[in-house]
Design a protein around this ligand. Structure first.
Ligand code: SF4
Length: 321
């Protein structure tokens, strides 16, 4: 097929998309540790939920483990992932004299501190989030077992029976669906008017802005691709948002090679976004794959400007002693 015979395709890029400040900080933490101390640098859990990022750090000398007991006694740095960890993890790292570097996103740490303050003030805490996600495991693990009750759905919020409704608080995971979370919060507030929590929820700026951009684009395109991993909560939520906004085809793809081309037959327009842990190079790879089949016309639709920056952990900053 010659270039002139390709069908036309209107690409709408969502903005903002891809890396957030917390992900940049986490990746920079591993890279800076590798540069300052040399390999290996141990990383507990995928530093961010993206295979491409993990593989590229692995080739530079990062060793990924799921638990600290997989790490031999060592002077090498041990990095905790952006999702945050239960309190037992830094305690165990200290017991084993590890040189720990905490790459927990500051916006996740903020939720940890909120939960701790509620607990100190004698409040029972409901956490809105997804069971098993490392961020939820980390937040629940800031406090003794049973101090935080996980609520995943409106149905659970309707059935939740606190010990004392006058001493109740809520926190949320940072990467949830804005709409689903608003419904759960509304249910809790209507049942327990005295519940204390953040103004709306703890969903971070990056999750919010990426969902707002998809809400603008999804209704006007024939298909939408979210570049992101299946275990990335914010990427999954973006795909769901596109589906709910009526986009006929909304798919998650980690690489161009994941694409099932039969799903894009006959489309005239395609939206593209990327989860907060997905690098722009994969967006470019996917655009390249479409450019081989279509004559592309590219437009960007923006929902917000982002200028957030989170400094590295103190011991890695250039001015550190
Ligand atoms: S998605 Fe939000 S909470 Fe998660 S790392 Fe990025 S900024 Fe932090």
């Amino acid at each position: 097929m010659t270039a002139t015979s390709k069908p036309e395709l209107h690409i709408v890029l969502c903005s903002p998309r891809g890396f957030c400040a917390g992900v940049v900080r986490a990746i920079d933490t591993v890279e800076r540790a590798l540069k300052l101390y040399g390999p290996p640098v141990y990383v507990r859990h995928e530093i961010v939920h993206n295979r491409h990022v993990v593989e590229s750090l692995r080739t530079k000398g990062a060793i990924f483990v799921e638990e600290l007991d997989e790490i031999p006694d060592t002077d090498a740095p041990v990095v905790f992932s952006a999702h945050g960890v239960p309190k037992s993890i830094p305690a165990e790292a200290e017991r084993r004299n590890f040189f720990a570097l905490d790459a927990t996103c500051p916006l996740v740490t903020k939720v940890h501190r909120e939960a701790e303050i509620h607990f100190k003030r004698g409040r029972e805490i409901a956490m809105i989030g997804h069971a098993g996600h490392p961020e939820v495991v980390g937040t629940l693990g800031q406090l003794p077992p049973g101090a935080v009750i996980l609520i995943e759905t409106v149905e659970q919020a309707k059935k939740f029976e606190p010990k004392d409704a006058s001493k109740l608080a809520f926190v949320t995971q940072t990467t949830l669906s804005i709409d689903d979370t608003a419904a759960i919060v509304a249910t809790l507030k209507s049942r327990f008017p005295d519940i204390i929590g953040p103004h709306k929820e703890d969903i971070c700026y990056a999750t919010t802005n990426r969902q707002l951009a998809v809400k603008k684009v999804a209704p006007v395109v024939d298909a939408l691709i979210v570049v992101g991993a299946p275990n990335s909560s914010n990427s999954q939520r973006l795909r769901e948002v596109a589906e709910r906004e009526g986009c006929p085809v909304s798919v998650l793809a980690q690489r161009a090679s994941d694409l099932d081309w039969s799903r894009f037959e006959g489309i005239k327009s395609l939206g593209i976004t990327a989860g907060a842990s997905a690098p722009e190079v994969i967006v470019e790879e996917i655009m390249g794959a479409f450019a081989e089949r279509y004559e592309l016309h590219v437009e960007t639709v923006s929902a917000a400007e982002e200028n957030e920056f989170f400094p590295l952990p103190r011991s890695l900053r250039p001015d550190a002693a």
